[in-house]
Design a protein around this ligand. Structure first.
Ligand SMILES: Nc1nc2c([nH]c(=O)n2[C@H]2C[C@H](O)[C@@H](COP(=O)(O)OP(=O)(O)OP(=O)(O)O)O2)c(=O)[nH]1
Length: 129
């Protein structure tokens, strides 16, 4: 099975995490952390800065690795590195996603997360106060 190498941003402000809803493709309408595939020659951090600029018109500072997700979808294996990020410049404008929400601990499970993300949401629950 092929492996997709993906990197995603966990942006937390005032106890809330930024979640986005996919606007197209196989997983349309599912909720996720913004990010995308790592291209050849990129570090995960470089890929993440590029993806967040493409998707949200925003510069982020990529901080520590929060979690790595390994998940088998029917058609591929997902290996996803999720980094804590901070907004440096920009206002998280949705260019590709159809919706976004800031979720606090009590509302983390209110949206329909992509299947691979469930484990990390439980991990996040512990982090958000
Ligand atoms: N960005 C992101 N992708 C996720 C998450 N959870 C999850 O299963 N995925 C999956 C969905 C996709 O199959 C894959 C990410 O690929 P993508 O399609 O967003 O990557 P990309 O931006 O490079 O896409 P594209 O240019 O091919 O449209 O990872 C998540 O939280 N964030």
């Amino acid at each position: 099975m092929k492996t997709l190498h993906v990197t995603a941003a966990i942006i937390i402000e005032e106890g809330k995490v930024f979640a986005t809803q996919r606007g197209y493709g196989e997983f349309k309408d599912g909720w996720e952390f913004p990010g995308g595939k790592i291209e050849d020659g990129e570090t995960p951090e470089e890929a993440l800065r590029r993806e967040i600029m493409e998707e949200l018109d925003t510069k982020v500072m990529v901080g520590e690795l929060f979690d790595t997700v390994e998940y088998d979808y029917p058609k591929f294996h997902l290996s996803m590195q999720c980094y804590l990020c901070q907004v440096k410049e920009g206002d998280l404008r949705l260019k590709e996603h159809e919706n976004a929400k800031w979720l606090d601990r009590e509302h983390l499970f209110d949206v329909d997360w992509l299947p691979a993300d469930i484990g990390i949401i439980s991990h996040l629950e512990k982090k958000l106060s």
